[in-house]
Design a protein around this ligand. Sequence first.
Ligand code: NAD
Length: 490
Amino acid sequence: MTRYQNKLFIDGKFVNGADGCTIDVFNPHDNSLITSVAEAKAEDVDRAVAAAARAFPKWSALPAAERGKLLLKLADRIEAEADELAYLEALDTGHPIRDAKNIDVLRTAACYRYFGGIADKLQGKTVPVESGFLNYVQRVPIGVVGQIVPWNFPLMFTSWKLGPALAAGNTVVMKPSEITPLSTLRIAEMMAEIGFPEGVVNIVIGYGETAGQHLAEHPGVGKISFTGSTAVGRRIVAASQGNLKRVQLELGGKGANIIFEDANLQAAVNGSAWAIFHNQGQACIAGSRLLIQERVADEFLDKFITLAKSIRIGNPLDAETEMGPLTSTIHRDRVLSYVDIARQEGGEILAGGQAPQNPDLAKGCYIEPTVVRAKATDRVSLEEVFGPFVTVTTFKDDSEALALANGTDYGLGSGLWTSNLSRAHKMAASIRAGMVWINSYKRVNPGSPFGGMGLSGYGRDMGFEAMEGYTEAQSVWVNVDAQIPPHFKR
Ligand code: NAD
């Protein structure tokens, strides 16, 4: 029988919450109870912040390469225990196990490895100032950092946040989603076993309105890095005002995925299916708006719908499964409500729009891959659905494609498919999105910054940008010639 770590991780120990409450964790395949985990409330968050504050002086003073070494060890450990982590992630989130193993676990290890390697490569600079003075700028860690992540990629997002924060010398209080805590708690166990000092990382599982809100308001926290919905992002900004903590926001998206008539259509069909149906569409960067040039729309849609209908939906633990359940019942119902909205708006359901008719999946949070022809001004084309739900709209020329692509207030991920290089680069530069993929979609790498514009948030995960985001630029002035200041001469 699998053993689940189900306690809070504070000051290097697994502990119950102060008031003994627990949160039930369900398997989205059949809504059975997996386990219950300790619930953190304000008092537990306070204990975690205090532990992180105590750990900060030693951790930040450690040579950066030593911090990196621990992250490198963690990356190796994750790879060595890939099967167990993939199992936990598939069970808890509904990710197909083959994706959990080949994508989530590998990307997680790669992320810790990247930040393990980069830890001692963040450099300061010297500035040419007036003679007699040396000015240098060094990057100093912020202190205690709060991190709040959602349920759609818990293992990966934890690494995107912990990797750079720890490499840069901060200590962390992390609040995973209350819906999917299991893989994060296993990572905490690994960290303890590998030898991360007590208090450097603290994991508080709790609800957003209680533990999350308290962490975001906490005066002992210097920065909040938040991934989640735009609505909660606004609350994080408001909560940060008390001590003017820094805020980084990775919020929702409504990715435009543009198919030009000169694209390799088969590549575009496959890539577009991946863009929206990977992880059941529960991705902030999902290509959830298909914009197709009129002349190839019918041919593209024929192929795309045939592919969508052939996707193997099933128990995520089955190695053949290509699409699992959505991660919770509440979310499944929310996504289905958008099918009703589409119908009310006069949209045409071209595929899916319902739960699969397979009785083996009847208890789970499943939805068929759904393709909806909609107007660009419809709610379903403007609001984030966060499910296997893609809208289809056609366009005539480049300028119309661009206007449609930039026609929402989000600006996270966007893709375009064309064999015309000049069009590709011009479009990429004009699309208001933090990430643009040309003839591909949804590629990420720990070296490349990840984040959005507009209502998709600000600041970046990953890359040197993330390291800089977890530090302050401190300017140091040295009076090299030991000049006596000329002011107030007597
Ligand atoms: P959510 O905003 O409801 O919750 C995200 C996290 O915030 C959870 O841990 C939750 O417990 C916590 N939270 C909720 N209310 C809070 C509050 N008042 N104060 C502090 N914390 C609070 O989002 P979700 O439903 O878990 O995730 C889906 C959303 O996340 C989608 O909108 C998706 O686009 C977004 N997302 C964005 C990115 C990105 O990188 N831009 C990545 C993945 C998901």
